[in-house]
Structures are given as C-alpha cells and as structure tokens.
Design a binder for this molecule. Structure first.
Ligand code: 13P
Length: 248
C-alpha cells in the first residue's frame, strides 16, 4: 500500500505573516490527517516554515534547486543550502520552470541527480501541453520526460523519487483532468517503470496536480494509480488544503 501524499506548491506567493498564518492553520488540523503532508514555500521563507513545523508531521519542501554545487552562480540556490535548513523535499521540473525558464529534460534530470546526491527527495513534475494532448502525444511527452531522468540517475533512484503528473492545461486554469484522464496517464507512467523494475514501479508515489480542490480531490485520489496531489492555488488556504489532505 502506498501512503497518500499531499504537497502544497505555494509558487511565488508568501509573506512572513502569510507563512505564519498558513502553517499554523495547517498544523491546527493535522491531527486528523493520515496523509504525508508537505508544503513548499518560496526560498526566503523555508527557514521560517521549517521552524514553525518542527516537531510536527508537516514536512517542508523547496520549489527548485540548482544542479550545481556551490560557486559562481549568482541568484542560484543549491541542494546543500536547502538541506541546511532541515528541508527534505524539492520540486523539480515544474512546468512553469520548463516553459518560462527553459528547463530542458536534461536540466531537469541534472537537478534530480543533485537533489538525490544530497538526500533530498525530488518531486519530479511531468506533463503535457494542451496542444500535445490534442495531437495525441501525451504518453510520448511524459515518457520522454521520465526517460531522461532514468537515463541520468537510473531506475533504482525512483525508490527515492515522487512523481507528480501535472497536465499543463489543468494548472491554474480551473480545468481539472477527469479521473479517467489522470488515471490513464498515471497507469502509463507506472507501466513505463514496470518495464524496468516491477517493485520500484509499484512503490513509486505518483501525485496528480492541476486545479485540484476540496471538491474533486477525493475522486482523483481514489483512483488506483493516483497516490495524492500536488496542489497550487488550493494550498494557499489552510481550510481547503486540509480538506484535500483528508481526501486520501
Ligand atoms: P493549481 O492547483 O493552482 O492548478 O496548480 C497546480 C500546480 O502547478 C502545482 O504544482
């Protein structure tokens, strides 16, 4: 049995006051949550979030990392720094990084390597654009994204990776994938890993992301190969986020 995992991606939304209110709000409802819960604030707030979540079940993740070790990379943050704050997860290859900041499958694979080498668990995001889905290329796109990571770190590494399937057309649009659309792609991803190693394929958590909210979470997470959610907008309200956390 795979444990349900719900992660909140706050994207570029935070203030000191908001971090306080949101984390305290989530913590206040955690005693009735069985899922593993992670929140991913922007870099400057990781320390504050980590301090608030100490001695609780709530885990903290970063939203990005540099593939490089320390050095002359102005504006970048590496895995060691993230780990230094007691943070244990990092989102890698979010579609906003891929499309707005030109992160190729190869760069994403390097970031996964850097995270794993520093004992951070990558939340590896994959997903197709609307045009790619309409052209019938969803599986080819997702396979290419996953295969680039397998090529770089090997399939064994997926023992320590969480996959998030986020169809780009469903992100921030209010257009959620149907449970069947999501389940089909999740099953495809698991089958792709099964071709390499059945145990790893059965163990890897695959989360769904894209307009998940308290009203649709239960049906999505109820699907056989959907092990939780990577939640954007709805993770910014403690009450909504907690309802999703309880959906598993
Ligand atoms: P929304 O839940 O706002 O659609 O965002 C999903 C997402 O991108 C999570 O990483």
């Amino acid at each position: 049995m795979r444990q349900t995992i719900v992660a909140g991606n706050w994207k570029m939304n935070a203030s000191k006051e908001m971090v306080n209110t949101l984390i305290m709000g989530v913590l206040s409802g955690m005693d009735t949550v069985k899922a593993r819960v992670i929140v991913c604030p922007p870099f400057p707030y990781l320390s504050q979030a980590e301090a608030l979540a100490t001695h609780s079940q709530l885990q903290i993740g970063a939203q990005n990392l540099s593939p490089n070790a320390a050095g002359a990379f102005t504006g970048e943050v590496n895995a060691e720094m993230i780990k230094d704050f007691g943070v244990t997860y990092v989102i890698v290859g979010h579609s906003e990084r891929r499309t707005l900041y030109g992160e190729s499958d190869e760069i994403v694979a390097e970031k996964v390597r850097a995270a794993l080498e520093n004992d951070l668990t990558p939340l590896l995001c994959v997903g197709e654009l609307l045009a790619q889905r309409e052209a019938g290329n969803t599986e080819a796109v997702v396979a290419q994204q996953i295969n680039a990571v397998i090529k770089r770190v090997g399939v064994e590494a997926f023992k320590n990776i969480i996959i998030a399937y986020e169809p780009v057309w469903a992100i921030g649009t209010g257009v959620v994938a149907t449970p069947k659309q999501a389940q089909d792609t999740h099953a495809f991803i698991r089958n792709l890993l099964t071709e390499h190693d059945t145990n790893i394929a059965q163990g890897v958590p695959i989360l769904y992301g894209g307009s998940m909210n308290p009203d649709n979470a239960q049906e999505l997470i109820g699907c056989e190969d959907i092990d939780g959610g990577l939640v954007g907008g709805a993770s910014l309200k403690a009450h909504d986020f907690l309802r999703i956390c309880r959906a598993g």
